[in-house]
Design a binder for this molecule. Structure first.
Ligand SMILES: Nc1ncnc2c1ncn2[C@@H]1O[C@H](COP(=O)(O)OP(=O)(O)OP(=O)(O)O)[C@@H](O)[C@H]1O
Length: 259
């Protein structure tokens, strides 16, 4: 179980002439940009949580806080009772985090990249081999396992980065816009892969702009708007919010309601 309460993160704004009040984001004041102001949600074992919100809402910042790449100004993050903010080293072992900038070594093959990160996590050779075989099959990557990473297509790189993220069998998986750059077939494979974490009882959180992905694999949703949780609950609860049973209408309703 991962529980996130009252997360906040602000960034210092560069010094410049004051923007007209009408052009200013509501999160900008006193020389700071309050990117995340009050974000809370939870995700239990066996659940997939979709993190939604308009561009600039604070999703990536929230996920970076969860991964401990950023330190929050306020709030708490607990995983199975462990305070991840107190123990970032434990957090990094616990969490598999895919960001937009999760990189690969261009001169290594796809397989060597995944193996390299498994070794960094201290995986034993036989275990690592089994895990790589499993991931390359699950993600349908066997055809290009021996191709150098710098010769892979965008979608192939993305799948390789995802395999790299989860090679050490993390107890919590966090993926920032994982279907970016994937074709229809690859996106389906990835959504099935995400759904497979339910049976493993590993909480999985991913950000997306695609409501059909939420419909397909999520149990729970957190909608962030202007750095604040505007909705947190089950997909069914969101669907019935506006009374129309349509996720798109419900999402738009939450955003228009403000937050
Ligand atoms: N290091 C930083 N310094 C200043 N502002 C930042 C920094 N990182 C993020 N922000 C600002 O915080 C806000 C939230 O950004 P974030 O990347 O979290 O949004 P997002 O919801 O992931 O957006 P998108 O859907 O477009 O990816 C944006 O206005 C962004 O410009």
């Amino acid at each position: 179980m991962i529980e996130v309460k009252g997360l906040a993160k602000r960034f210092r704004l560069p010094k410049r002439g004051a923007a007209p009040a009408s052009a200013r984001d509501v999160r900008e004041h006193d020389g700071w940009f309050h990117a995340v102001r009050d974000v809370s949600f939870s995700c239990a074992p066996g659940e997939v949580l979709g993190l939604l919100g308009p561009n600039g809402a604070g999703k990536t910042t929230t996920l970076r806080l969860l991964s401990t790449a950023l330190t929050p100004d306020a709030g708490s993050i607990h995983a199975n009772g462990v305070d991840l903010l107190r123990d970032p080293l434990v957090a990094r072992q616990y969490i598999g985090f895919l960001s937009g900038s999760t990189g690969l070594y261009g001169r290594l093959t796809a397989r060597e990249n995944v193996e390299y990160f498994g070794k960094l996590h201290g995986m034993r050779p036989d275990h690592l081999k089994r895990r790589c075989d499993e991931l390359f099959t699950l993600l349908d990557m066997n055809e290009y396992g021996n191709k150098r990473a710098d010769q892979l297509s965008t979608g192939m790189k993305q799948k390789c980065a995802i395999a790299r993220t989860v090679v050490h069998e993390p107890q919590i998986v966090i993926l920032d816009e994982p279907t970016t750059g994937l074709d229809v077939m690859s996106a389906k494979i990835l959504l099935d892969f995400i759904a497979s974490y339910k049976a493993l009882r590993v909480p999985l959180i991913f950000s997306t702009h695609h409501l059909h992905e939420v419909e397909k694999v999520c149990d729970r949703v957190c909608i962030v708007n202007h750095g604040v949780t505007a909705f947190h609950g089950t997909v069914d609860a969101l669907r019935h919010l506006g009374g129309s049973a349509d996720l798109y209408d419900a999402f738009v309703g939450v955003i228009h309601r403000g937050g």
